[in-house]
Design a protein around this ligand. Structure first.
Ligand code: ATP
Ligand code: MG
Length: 247
């Protein structure tokens, strides 16, 4: 379970308040979309969960860890609970698909036999078994993102966190990737996906948390009815009225 109670977080370098009195609970096994305009605090929310940013006030629990008083030596254990997927994939160019996925397990000193089993399992899950020996630059964009997802999954984390995982993909590929997250969720992982893509959010029936200026302004449960008013408000939060996208 991930729990935020009245959490505020300020970037010390420029005194930007990124999270402002955020209270939210994400239960084990949930799938949550986090949406909101650029600068709303979405990535900051994820950074706090990952233990990358210290909070000013409030309480954050991620699984058994209370992040306020977490010790430096506990951080690697927190991060092992989390599988992280980035928009720009962040694969190691000179390593094969197999090695990119195996890398994190080698770092923690897992035996090669166990590594092979895990890597084969996750590559099958993302349907890339036949690409194991390819280098990242020999793959399509969607395949690269699937490698990144396999890498996030290989350590069997209980929570998958993805920041704009479809930001570099066309709509059809975005849909495939989101279905893959669905599958991962149905296998038991908690999934948190930050996205700008409201069409995608609408196509999948999951909880939707909307941030605005560091505050949660709406939290629509899975299968909850989204009123027309809420939808318009969320469209506005993501594409501000008068913004260039409206022409
Ligand atoms: N490292 C940083 N140092 C100082 N301020 C930051 C830093 N990262 C983000 N901010 C500021 O904190 C606020 C929240 O930023 P955040 O990156 O969480 O937004 P976001 O919702 O992820 O936006 P985007 O959709 O553009 O990725 C913004 O005002 C941003 O300028
Ligand atoms: Mg961001």
């Amino acid at each position: 379970m991930i729990e935020f109670q009245n959490v505020s977080m300020t970037y010390k370098t420029n005194s930007t308040v990124a999270l402002d009195d955020v209270t939210v609970t994400i239960n084990d096994g949930e799938f949550v979309f986090v949406v909101g305009a650029s600068g709303a605090g979405k990535s900051s929310f994820l950074s706090v969960i990952m233990g990358l940013e210290k909070i000013d006030s409030g309480v954050v629990h991620v699984g058994p860890y209370s992040l306020r008083g977490i010790k430096k030596r506990e951080l690697p254990y927190l991060r092992r609970m989390l599988g992280i997927v980035f928009q720009d994939f962040r694969l190691i160019p000179k390593m094969s698909v197999y090695d990119n996925v195996a890398f994190a397990l080698r770092v923690i000193g897992m035996g090669e036999r166990k590594i092979t089993r895990r890597v084969q399992y996750v590559l099958k899950l993302v349907d890339l078994t036949d690409k194991a020996d390819c280098l990242p630059n020999q793959l399509s964009q969607g395949e690269r993102q699937r490698v990144a997802i396999a890498r996030a999954l290989v350590n069997n984390p209980s929570v998958i966190i993805a920041d704009e995982p479809t930001g570099n993909l066309d709509p059809a590929l975005s849909n495939d990737i989101m279905r893959l997250f669905d599958k991962i969720n149905s296998l038991g992982a908690t999934v948190i996906v930050v996205t700008h893509d409201l069409d995608l959010v609408k196509r999948f029936s999951h909880r939707i948390v909307t941030l605005e200026n560091g505050r949660i302004v709406s939290d629509i449960p899975k299968g909850g009815r989204v009123s027309a008013k809420q939808m318009i408000e969320e469209e506005d939060a993501i594409i501000p009225k008068g913004g260039v996208l409206h022409g």
